[in-house]
Design a binder for this molecule. Structure first.
Ligand SMILES: Nc1ncnc2c1ncn2[C@@H]1O[C@H](COP(=O)(O)OP(=O)(O)O)[C@@H](O)[C@H]1O
Ligand SMILES: [Mg+2]
Length: 245
């Protein structure tokens, strides 16, 4: 039974066709990159998978169960989480509180497996996560005082607090400096197997996503142009013509 099956998604905004039959099947946990030119439909696809928008047609199955049309809170309860293209930290709140707020009302407790075993307190789990990103010294600092890249990390650590089963990251590397990018990659590479997570990453930074993902899905004009290993994708003539070239 596949973990996630997205089939024949279509979505129009007025005269604009954002999704034109996009679909793919993901068999199990791991890291999958989603790339393609601006306007290809990547964010719309994430919005639909997370229940933030509804498709005009098409289906989404999670462990064989139809989930298209479910509202975001139901999907969150099933283990779906996401980040947004623009960074959404709570800048007045401390980094620690950003993580603690993110865990509230989700799957806390159930979710903290593996971060600190056994999790004494959500607070301990949050501190442990901050430490994995080298941010423990900012635990009591308002997120707004951090650099953009550090806030990105705080945002992504926050999504991990609920120990999601499917995490959708929309351009996590954009605006993040190379040092913090290496940290971000290390955090994700460590978290994905530990949490048994399916991580779907939209990204324009090819070095980052090709180094992180075992599989790359390429979108173009609302459909899937190519799907394969990073090596396959780099060598794919259609992808080079439409995007990489
Ligand atoms: N809410 C919206 N209203 C109107 N058009 C939209 C909306 N969201 C996306 N689009 C259009 O749909 C297409 C796909 O957008 P998007 O999914 O954001 O692409 P990507 O994330 O790959 O850059 C684009 O042409 C975009 O302008
Ligand atoms: Mg986008």
């Amino acid at each position: 039974m596949p973990l996630l099956e997205v089939a024949a998604l279509r979505k129009r905004f007025g005269g604009v066709v954002a999704l034109d039959g996009a679909g793919f099947t993901i068999d199990g946990p791991g890291i999958v990159g989603l790339i393609g030119p601006n306007g290809a439909g990547k964010t719309t696809l994430f919005d639909i998978v997370c229940g933030r928008q509804s498709a005009d047609s098409g289906t989404i199955r999670f462990e064989n169960r139809r989930i298209d049309g479910l509202p975001p809170h139901r999907l969150a309860r099933l283990g779906f989480a996401r980040s947004f293209q623009e960074c959404r930290t709570l800048n007045e709140e401390t980094c620690l509180d950003n993580l603690l707020f993110a865990a509230q009302d989700k799957r806390l407790g159930h979710g903290l497996r593996g971060i600190v075993a056994p999790p004494a307190q959500p607070r301990d789990a949050a501190r442990a996560l901050l430490a994995t990103a080298g941010l423990e010294r900012f635990a009591n600092t308002p997120a707004g005082d951090l650099s953009f890249g550090q806030r990105r990390l705080v945002e992504i650590l926050s999504t991990l607090m609920a120990a999601p089963r499917v995490l959708l990251l929309d351009e996590p590397a954009s605006g993040v400096n190379p040092t913090l990018l290496a940290t971000l990659a290390a955090v994700l590479r460590e978290a994905a197997p530990r949490l048994g997570l399916l991580l779907l990453v939209i990204e324009h930074n090819m070095a980052f996503v090709m180094g992180l993902a075992a599989r790359i899905v390429v979108m173009h004009q609302g459909a899937i142009l190519a799907d394969g290993t990073p090596a396959d994708i780099r060598a794919d003539r259609r992808v080079i013509d439409a995007y990489l070239g």
